[in-house]
Design a protein around this ligand. Structure first.
Ligand SMILES: *Cc1c(COP(=O)(O)O)cnc(C)c1O
Length: 394
């Protein structure tokens, strides 16, 4: 089945839909049984997709798990109340006190915080590695290394990793390979074809796609699924069926949304690379993005999220640039239908193994589904405000 068709059918088997198009919202804490036999059957099968107790899931969550497994591959999908919960629980399922993990240096900031503030407290050591390290990661593996964690492209700075090269080394040393696959949405990168064992997403972003639900997923291969599922259950991870319903609705339009996000973002990225105010454009599909060759080799498409670096500006000028935007609103998330903008002036404070080479602020854009020419005009006026502010200061 081709990608587009898969997204329409994912999670919609008649066992879950019972004859309507969408799997209904099934709300439950208690599940009641009419006989001892039925209760015994549910208890014996509680790790399967059988009604047992609300925290184990209902048909809505079983359908959403099926949908994510159809999308990304693997043997099963654990669901969490946020992308951050998916990351922290997936790691915790495979480490114990005294272990060591390798974390990519450009990881999403809360992922770093978890390593530094929670795992450290549990006696689990983290080493950060250069996202472009490739097979060179072998030099960082210790006898107690258990997890190699990737995020590609990386948060904010967009480096694309050589996932298969890293996975090959990690597997030779019996490490679990985990990938934050949020950027590809599971559509434009197939994690299990490249050696990933556990693929994690902030479904909050493109899966939900409408900026109205927090949700996380972790999809695992057959070898790792039982341990991931059980650990997440023991940790009490479960989500509202209403949120899962919205996420499943998001899946139906995921591919067409991504295509429009991609087309508009690429147009803006190319336009930005011609602007005198721009030092470099960090869009995985452009050769100026570190790891572009791995994007070309491994990805089937892009989306609306990328960054660029300014070659001028100070705090007042950047404020003038951002404050007057009419379509690019300031906000921390991405993956919804609306455009967003974010300025980061100190990238070095978010990394430790590598040095960020640029002096001026980085701007991250999420290009939404508005008309692309309206968006370009918005940025163009922003550059005029930036230059005006700088001229007024001199
Ligand atoms: C947003 C995000 C997360 C965290 O997801 P939440 O649902 O906000 O907790 C993790 N990784 C990446 C790359 C993200 O962009």
């Amino acid at each position: 089945m081709k990608k587009e068709t898969k997204l329409i059918n994912a999670g919609r088997k008649s066992q879950w839909t019972r004859g309507v198009v969408n799997p209904p919202v099934e709300r439950a804490s208690t599940v009641v049984f009419d006989s001892v036999k039925e209760m015994k059957h549910a208890t014996a099968n509680k790790t399967n997709q059988v009604l047992f107790y609300g925290r184990r899931g209902t048909s809505t969550s079983f359908a959403f798990s099926d949908a994510m497994t159809a999308l990304e591959g693997g043997a099963g999908c654990a669901i969490y109340p946020s992308g951050t919960a998916a990351i922290t629980n997936a790691i915790l399922a495979f480490v114990k006190s005294g272990d060591h993990i390798l974390m990519v240096d450009n990881a999403y900031e809360p992922t770093r915080d978890y390593c530094d503030k929670i795992l450290a407290k549990l006696g689990i050591e983290t080493s950060y590695y250069d996202p472009l390290i490739g097979a060179g990661i072998e030099a960082l593996i210790k006898p107690n290394t258990k997890v190699v964690f990737l995020e590609s492209p990386g948060s904010i700075t967009m480096e694309v990793q050589d996932v298969p090269a890293i996975a090959e080394v990690a597997h030779r040393h019996h490490c679990v390979v985990m990938l934050d696959n949020t950027w590809s949405a599971g559509v434009n990168f197939q994690p299990f074809d490249y050696g990933v064992d556990i693929s994690i997403q902030a479904a909050t972003k493109y899966i939900v796609g409408h900026s109205d639900v927090m949700l996380g997923t972790a999809t695992a291969t057959k070898a790792y699924w039982p341990q991931l599922r059980e650990s997440s259950y023991i940790m009490g991870q479960c989500t509202s069926p209403d949120d899962l319903y919205l996420a499943m609705r998001g899946i139906r339009t995921l591919n067409v949304r991504l295509q429009q996000h991609q087309a508009s973002a690429l147009k803006i990225a190319h336009w930005l690379s011609t602007r005198p105010e721009v030092e470099t454009v960090l869009h995985p599909a452009l050769p100026s993005c570190p790891g572009h060759e791995f994007f070309q080799r491994d990805f089937t498409g892009a989306n609306g999220l990328f960054s660029f670096v300014l070659n001028r500006g100070n705090s007042a000028a950047i404020t003038a640039f951002l404050d007057g935007m009419s379509h690019f609103k300031m906000g921390y998330s991405w993956g919804g239908f609306e455009s967003l903008i974010l300025a980061i002036s100190n990238v070095n404070s978010m990394r430790s193994a590598t040095q960020w080479p640029y002096q001026h602020p980085l701007i991250r854009l999420h290009v939404g589904l508005e008309n692309v020419d309206d968006l370009i005009a918005d940025l163009e006026q922003g550059f005029a405000r930036l230059n005006q502010a700088l001229a007024a200061q001199s």
